[in-house]
Each structure stands twice: as structure tokens, then as C-alpha cells.
Design a protein around this ligand. Sequence first.
Ligand code: FMN
Length: 370
Amino acid sequence: MNNSINLFSPYQLGDLELPNRIVMAPLTRQRAGKGNVPHSLNATYYAQRASAGLIIAEATQISPQGQGYPNTPGIYSAEQVAGWKLVTDAVHQQGGRIFLQLWHVGRISHPDFQPDGALPVAPSAIAPKGEAFTYDGPKPFVTPHALETSEIPEIVEQYRQGAINALAAGFDGIEIHAANGYLIDQFLRDGTNHRTDEYGGSIENRVRFLLEIIEAVTSVWDTNRVGVRLSPSGTFNDMRDSNPLETFGYTAQALNKFDLAYLHIVDSTDADIKYGGTAVPTKYLREKYTGTLIASAGYTREKGNAVLANKEADLVAFGTLFIANPDLPRRFALNAPLNQPNPETFYGGGEKGYTDYPFWSATSEQVVSL
Ligand SMILES: Cc1cc2nc3c(=O)[nH]c(=O)nc-3n(C[C@H](O)[C@H](O)[C@H](O)COP(=O)(O)O)c2cc1C
């Protein structure tokens, strides 16, 4: 091995020392208990994966209004905070570090999830194409309620409260979910944001909601414990933007002043391009953003090492590989075979496909070249 940086090079993330550069990407698994409360099974799952340099726990709604799928965890009730404490304690006991991804789905919800059966909220009254996954199965998305300007501060406040609760739950930091077509992303892109107030129109205005949320949560956490996730090329959840390079180039630059823990980018995928997305290369954002960059989506051991050696990113997040391989760093280190993820058990259910993926054991027939 030459001296170039690779997945096993330690990394100083603010005041946190990461033993490797392998990040567990946030992964919704829909296995929270009653009241959207995390429980011991979730603690086992995350503790199994504590050898990651950093775990980013799954998207977690900051309010009942922010929910859009069955059995996703929340971070707005005392029971949820206590449930998450089981998770953070278990990860810390195994020597790991764990951030929580704060989530509001915006229009990717359904009245079935909303308090009093209300309409989901969004920057503009534009229904996404497709169906919501409700407790009774798929139902067509509805046209959301366009937030009044006067309703926005309340949501920013919910993020601040989520940040307070995440601190109380023992997390090491938080990630603001501004990716994948959920509420913040709906504000950033002009396909979903047709507002005419100070939160719409120019990119300076469209990014305002995100910046206000960052201000709010950094009144609770040190800035170097707060990350942001963006998906500049993503088309998931019926997302569009007329100029993604400008929108996300500007957004990345606007984050520079905060001295955040990191900017986490979901790279473009073949599916995004097929559905009309414009690839916004991570390399392009590297030039705009001066802090720590996490690359994600479609990475393998080889691709991950390459992106680090080329200095296009500082850390690499792995999603589906971490679902199937609780000991992913060890397997990467040994270049051991990987368990294959089973998409049928990604969402919902119990232990199967969650905590029962085997750890690597070097039995004689499994030994590979070390
Ligand atoms: C089952 C599943 C759940 C996911 N949940 C989230 C989530 O909660 N938050 C998020 O930002 N991305 C989520 N993603 C996207 C992943 O974080 C990641 O970007 C994606 O899986 C691509 O990376 P990979 O090729 O390493 O799997 C999810 C993906 C999958 C497959």
C-alpha cells in the first residue's frame, strides 16, 4: 500500500477522531416501535455497525407533521429521546460515534400521517407524482398546503427542538436532511418552490429556509457537530430544478461560512440521469465547498479508495453495503467477500434482514488473500 489516503486513514472531524473514513449512510428501516419510539432491536442494529468511522442514523422526523412513512422514528417526544438513548449508549459502548439525521418530509406525506388528517405542507401547492406509502398501503399523493410565510418560523423551531432532543439523547452530532426531495430540498429547487415571498424565486431566497435551520440548530450544537446532506442530481420524489449546477453550487458556497462538520453529497446515479436529472459532479462541489466533504451513493471499496486518493472527498458513506455487512470496515480491510443486501427486508419487519446479517468469520474455505 502506498501512502495515499484511503478508507483506513483516520480523520479528524472537528473535535471527533474518526478511526477510519468509512461512514454508515442514513438508512430508513421503518422498524421503530409504537409512538415512533426506537427500541432495543434498533440499538442492537446500530451497535453491530459501530466500527464505522461515523454512523449517520436514519432519517428521523422532528414533528408528527414531518412523517411520511410507517414506523419511522421521531425525535419530538420524551419517549423517543429515551428510545434513542438506548441506541447511542449501545453504539458508544462499542466505541462508535453516531449522528442523527433530522427530517421533515414536507409533501412526501399523506393526511393519514398528519395530525387531524390535515394536508401535508410544502413550499408550494404542487402534488408529487406517485403514491405515499401509508399504513393501509399505497395512496396517491395529495396536493400539499403551501406554507404561509408566517408558518415557517414554527418549522424552523421544530428543527431547533429536534436538535435539543438529539443532544439529550446522547448523539455526537446531527445531520440536516436537505436531500432526496423532502421539505428542505423542496424549498431549494425551483421545480417545487414557486413562492413569491423571501423564501422563493432567486436561489438566495430558496436557500434561506436551510440557512435559518442551520442558524437554529447551531444555537444548540457547536457548528462542527452539524452536517448537511444534499442530493443535487437527485430526481427521487419527483424533483426538478432548472439549473442544478447553479442551485447547488450556490448552496454549497453558502454553507462555507458556518464551519460545519461536513457537507454530505448524494452522487448522481444512472436512474437520476434516466429521469432527466443533471449530474452535478462531487468534484464540482469540492471546488465550491471549503470544508469536509462526504461522498455517497454507489461506492465500493475500490471506488471509495479512489475518491479519497484523488482528494475529491474526505469521507465516503456506504448505504446498502452497511445494511448487509455489519462489519463492513473489517471486510474491506481484509478484502473479504460481502454479504448481499436483500431489498425485500429493507423496510419494516423485525430482526430478519436487520440484525441477522452474519459477521465475517474466516473459516478455512472463506479465507481470501490478505
Ligand atoms: C433502505 C434505504 C433507506 C434509505 N434511507 C435514507 C434516509 O433515511 N436518509 C437519507 O438521506 N438517505 C437514505 N437512503 C439513501 C442512502 O443513504 C444512500 O444514499 C443510498 O443507499 C445510495 O448509497 P449506496 O449505493 O451505498 O447504497 C436510503 C437508501 C436505502 C436503500
